[in-house]
Design a binder for this molecule. Structure first.
Ligand SMILES: *[C@@H]1O[C@H](CO)[C@@H](O)[C@H](O)[C@H]1NC(C)=O
Ligand SMILES: *[C@@H]1O[C@H](CO)[C@@H](O)[C@H](O)[C@H]1NC(C)=O
Ligand SMILES: *[C@@H]1O[C@H](CO)[C@@H](O)[C@H](O)[C@H]1NC(C)=O
Ligand SMILES: *[C@@H]1O[C@H](CO)[C@@H](O)[C@H](O)[C@H]1NC(C)=O
Ligand SMILES: *[C@@H]1O[C@H](CO)[C@@H](O)[C@H](O)[C@H]1NC(C)=O
Ligand SMILES: *[C@@H]1O[C@H](CO)[C@@H](O)[C@H](O)[C@H]1NC(C)=O
Ligand SMILES: *[C@@H]1O[C@H](CO)[C@@H](O)[C@H](O)[C@H]1NC(C)=O
Ligand SMILES: *[C@@H]1O[C@H](CO)[C@@H](O)[C@H](O)[C@H]1NC(C)=O
Ligand SMILES: *[C@@H]1O[C@H](CO)[C@@H](O)[C@H](O)[C@H]1NC(C)=O
Ligand SMILES: *[C@@H]1O[C@H](CO)[C@@H](O)[C@H](O)[C@H]1NC(C)=O
Ligand SMILES: *[C@@H]1O[C@H](CO)[C@@H](O)[C@H](O)[C@H]1NC(C)=O
Length: 674
């Protein structure tokens, strides 16, 4: 049933075995967008044609062996381009340990899911009455008619100061206080506070409510002393955008990043299902279960005892900031208790929570797209700008980690709306000199996890391959050329959130990244982008579960075959076992098998020679849930096991309202809907 090329491949150092199985650029999609495996071409090939193939193979063999030496002798950009061109044709990643096909963002199989984004109207078209700059708020006279103000003297406006309150044990980290006094505002006011709520009255009735955030210098940040010239770190995240979706939706931003010589990590592979299991590795270097063991014993615990990247930067004298929008479902807050003590010097997420609660609107699926008359994601970007400008103007070194979900969390095409806005954001940062001393990382956590595109082969691959760009100042690239050429080479290697963690950690000491210091253990789970990531690295080496591994080649199977039916039945039973003890959830039965593939691992994986991984997509009832499950078959003892997490490809919506466990929500169909 398996052909030679789709069984577990044992790679020798010979490039031949590679070209034998995966002719460069050869990949075909069937009408359903699924990859079609067709090896009949091999038989038809006249034998003379093999000669140039052998010669080419031998050439690759030498390039293979001497690659590292070659790079360190001639670490110029041109030479890297020259010899990588042919190797990479048709592949995003083409190493002995991992092969990921290069896919077209506008491939016919995904074309039908690409639509213009839906325009957003904030506040039903009523404009804001106040605007803010770095330090002040001021009235916008042109908005007065929209608020029925004919004489500005009839209008009374004032502002309250909003502050976070520490939660007590077992409480959620959601409390904010409002000052008792509302300070009078005439037409403008300089604001020295961090967060404010503005309210205006006309004829004693409230006619306008708004919220604004600022970045005042705090006592805690005033006395930062740092000896050498620091390299600031700014991470800007955009939730649920695959690398290819960034290419599709944000071409202008992409072009600008390329102008900034951003390095795009083509083989950045996610390690968990959704945001939490992919960002916790970035921020802590740990998997979720390791975090639980080390510092976060229950979902009711605060995260205070865990060590995040910002803790390291803080102890080095950096000012730290964390901020996210859609913070009701925030990283530390969605069914979790957050922090007791504020984790970073600045934390925009608390402001966002207050703003969305009080003036959130244009609600769509999971997010408020607007707070008052402003789009939420733009407000986050403006806050980031304020933070960066303030820190630079006061010569304060900073580490900022920001995460935007409101633009991109739920829809494939909405990020397009943000293209001009992100472009302008990066342009301003660059043109005003804010990137001179800053390492910038633009990243996502995964691609879109549900909807039509997710049920195509390409959509499945994209879900596992989010974008990551690294932008370094020119002087740093020039002075630390070894670290920079490693970064560029690793753009074509298999990489993970654990590596990004090591990369950001390396930036604690950016001037140490040269010579012997760059040596690293080949087999460690996380390896900094600035160091040598071996091309022999497999998903297993990198800590990527088979279910999430984008390196695997696969072969479509007959859905009616007995092994596929066995596997599907096993998967449904497995889900039912998980739900055991939750009497409110219905027992699921298999309705249909939508897709079945046999996966083959790239690279030689020790001890995994007698295993077969099946990836199946099934539909169950009640609820018509669609699941994607990787089931491993152990030939020796004829046993099956589910590998990694089960993906839910359509939304569960209210179906699982009767259960709070966020893992089981994916599976549970509440009996009360029967
Ligand atoms: C911000 O706006 C206030 C009020 O209009 C103005 O006085 C101030 O100069 C502005 N500041 C900046 C940095 O633009
Ligand atoms: C302005 O007046 C119109 C007509 O009375 C009313 O419908 C509208 O709600 C008012 N707008 C505001 C912002 O109060
Ligand atoms: C508000 O400011 C204007 C000038 O901008 C001034 O004429 C007016 O008297 C002020 N009103 C109050 C109540 O302070
Ligand atoms: C506003 O309220 C105050 C106190 O309740 C009252 O004296 C005043 O007449 C009210 N003004 C208007 C325009 O309703
Ligand atoms: C900051 O320091 C000033 C002067 O030392 C003090 O008056 C103020 O209360 C401090 N603010 C905070 C929030 O601790
Ligand atoms: C942190 O750890 C200490 C010591 O183990 C413990 O007493 C405390 O409750 C923990 N704090 C949190 C927020 O979990
Ligand atoms: C920068 O800070 C100085 C004082 O620290 C201030 O005078 C200046 O206006 C600030 N510039 C900006 C653009 O905020
Ligand atoms: C940033 O670098 C550019 C080019 O080297 C220089 O012209 C500019 O003054 C710098 N800006 C700052 C704020 O350091
Ligand atoms: C990493 O692997 C390379 C090639 O196999 C080897 O030459 C090198 O010594 C290894 N480095 C370490 C630190 O193990
Ligand atoms: C699978 O089996 C069903 C019923 O036994 C049949 O209708 C269907 O055509 C078969 N599909 C394939 C792909 O063989
Ligand atoms: C649940 O459904 C499976 C078939 O998928 C069946 O074997 C099992 O007995 C059912 N369990 C319960 C508790 O009804």
């Amino acid at each position: 049933m398996q052909d030679k090329c789709t069984t577990v491949l044992v790679y020798t150092r010979e490039a031949m075995s590679r070209s034998n199985c995966y002719p460069y650029g050869y990949r075909r999609l069937g009408s359903d967008g699924m990859e079609v495996v067709d090896d009949s071409w091999r038989v038809r090939l006249p034998s003379l044609l093999w000669i140039p193939v052998f010669v080419f193979g031998a050439l690759l063999y030498f390039v293979d062996i001497f690659e590292i030496e070659f790079l360190s002798l001639h670490p110029t950009i041109e030479s890297i381009k020259d010899f990588t061109y042919d190797i990479h044709k048709g592949f995003a990643i083409n190493t002995p340990g991992c092969k990921i096909p290069e896919m077209d963002p506008f491939d016919p199989s995904v074309q039908k899911f690409i639509e213009p984004p839906t325009p957003v109207e904030c506040n039903k078209g009523v404009p804001a009455l106040f605007e803010a700059n770095l330090t002040s708020i001021y009235i916008t006279r042109s908005s007065l008619p929209a608020y029925n103000v004919s004489d500005i003297n009839d209008l009374r406006c004032c502002y309250w100061v909003i502050q976070r309150i520490e939660p007590k044990k077992n409480q959620y980290d959601v409390f904010m206080s409002k000052s008792s006094m509302c300070k009078y505002i005439n037409t403008s006011a300089e604001i020295k506070d961090e967060f404010i709520k503005v309210q205006c009255f006309l004829d004693n009735a409230t006619t306008y409510v708004d919220t604004f955030s600022f970045v005042p210098i705090k006592n805690s940040t005033k006395s930062k002393v740092i000896r050498s010239k620091p390299l600031n770190v700014l991470v800007v995240g955009l939730d649920a955008v695959s690398r290819l979706n960034l290419h599709r939706q944000m071409p202008d931003t992409l072009k600008y990043l390329q102008q900034l010589e951003a390095v795009e990590m083509l083989g950045y592979n996610k390690v968990g299902d959704n945001t939490f299991p992919n960002l916790i590795p970035v921020l802590t270097g740990l998997f979720e279960d390791e975090l639980i063991k080390s510092c976060w014993p229950t979902t009711k615990s605060f995260f205070d005892n865990c060590t995040f990247l910002w803790n390291h930067f803080k102890s080095k004298g950096f000012v730290t900031a964390y901020g996210e929008d859609s913070s009701w479902m925030g990283l530390f807050n969605y069914q979790r208790h957050g922090f007791q003590k504020q984790a970073t010097d600045y934390a925009y997420n608390y402001f966002n929570r207050y703003a969305e609660t009080h003036i959130g609107n244009a609600h769509k699926m999971n997010v408020n797209q607007c707070e008052g008359a402003r789009m939420v994601y733009k407000d986050l970007l403006e806050y980031i700008k304020k933070f960066v400008v303030t820190m630079n103007n006061n010569s304060l070194p900073f580490f900022g980690f920001f995460w935007g979900a409101s633009l991109s969390h739920d829809y494939l095409n909405q990020p397009k709306l943000g293209d001009p806005v992100y472009l302008k954001f990066f342009q301003e940062l660059q043109e005003e000199g804010h990137l001179n001393n800053t390492a910038l990382v633009l990243m996502s956590d995964h691609g879109i996890r549900w909807g039509g595109i997710r049920q195509t082969y390409q959509g499945r691959m994209e879900e596992r391959l989010p974008f990551v760009f690294v932008v370094l100042p020119t002087w740093y690239r020039n002075n630390y050329d070894r670290a920079y050429s490693n970064l560029k080479r690793n753009a074509r290697r298999l990489t993970t959130p654990f590596d990004l963690h090591e990369t950001l950690y390396d930036l604690l000491d950016p001037y140490g990244l040269s010579g012997e210091n760059l040596k690293t253990a080949n087999k460690s789970r996380g390896i900094s982008f600035f160091r040598d990531i071996t091309k022999y690295r497999t998903c297993e080496d990198a800590g990527i579960a088979s279910h999430w591994c984008a390196c695997q080649q696969s072969k479509e199977l007959d859905k009616n075959s007995s092994v596929v039916i066995d596997v599907a039945t096993f998967a449904v039973n497995y889900i039912n076992l998980e739900l055991q003890g939750y009497a409110q959830c219905a027992n699921l039965t298999l309705l249909d098998i939508l897709n079945a593939r046999l996966m083959s691992h790239s690279g030689d994986i020790e001890g995994l020679n007698n295993i077969q991984d099946y990836m199946i997509t099934i539909k169950t009832i009640p609820g018509e849930a669609i699941f994607e499950v990787t089931v491993r078959y152990f030939e020796i003892d004829h046993k099956y096991a589910v590998i990694g997490t089960i993906s839910r490809l359509n939304l569960y919506g209210k179906q699982s309202a009767c259960i709070t466990d966020f893992h089981l929500k994916l599976y549970c169909f509440c009996k009360n809907f029967l």
